[in-house]
Write a protein that binds this ligand. Sequence first.
Ligand SMILES: *Cc1c(COP(=O)(O)O)cnc(C)c1O
Length: 319
Amino acid sequence: MATEPKAKNIGGDSRIKAGLIWMNGQMVPQEEAKVSVLTHALHYGTSVFEGIRAYDTPKGPAIFRLPEHVERLFHSAKVLMMEIPFTPQEISQAIQQVVRENGYKSCYIRPLAWMGAHTLGVNPLPNNPAEVMVAAWEWGTYLGDEAVRKGARLITSSWARFPANVMPGKAKIGGNYVNSALARIEAQQQGADEALLLDKEGFVAEGSGENIFFFKGNTLYAIEHSVNLMGITRDSVIAIARDLGYEVRECRATRDQLYMADEVFMVGTAAEITPVSYLDHRAIGKGVAGEHTMRLRRAYLEAVQGQNLKYEAWLSYVN
Ligand SMILES: *Cc1c(COP(=O)(O)O)cnc(C)c1O
């Protein structure tokens, strides 16, 4: 049996360098993009956000699945009954502008809308208009290059993914991410790269910010949506896998099913496709990055980098 290598600490301590930030309609230097300490969202987590990537393609930088991300931002706002004082088109243009004016070839983009500093009653309505910003910075592999090469080590978190009547898990709402942060901190304390969260019945939910897949032979299993965020990467990976000839099934799974899988991997805009080599100190397959997983990863990177024109409809070129 393979022995489990020791994980090194993940995440850096260097500050994000985001250059020019679009804030409420204007481009401002990062140092000037500030909010009040009495911001409602800072106290209660009443914000909505997106995580988007732009990639360097042969036709210049392109934003991956921009309309889907902007639509989800507005859907998240709707769940919170937050009115974003810009149209989806204006937000899309702001995102393009941030990539263009910072001169990025590739970057991670973070649009954020939050309840401002007009009231600190828990109910932000009706007098707390939302504020909006879009920042972007250069960000490599989310879990580190080593996690991609060797596979990430996961532990099952003692924090469960919240049930659908506790938090709206299909929305990227700031407050939801206390659950993710707790799981992620726990994983790091235990020397793991990332946490797997189960739902309240004990079935596999998702990572702190990634959807989960596994292979049994040539069949790819996608963990069904249930309480999870409906990832845009998950959707892209299912399409690409079918195009590569894999049979794809959506299922509910238990953690021991993952222990017995041939390959397990996580997907998300930040994590892209990251293989999982260990779960709860058990080797998945041979305890290395899986073959099919890496094939999918290559195909995914080709798609996002504009090297497979079959997927060009997913790209919004920055011009
Ligand atoms: C953002 C996120 C994902 C991944 O979604 P993508 O659309 O693929 O980026 C998965 N799970 C959670 C909890 C998330 O917040």
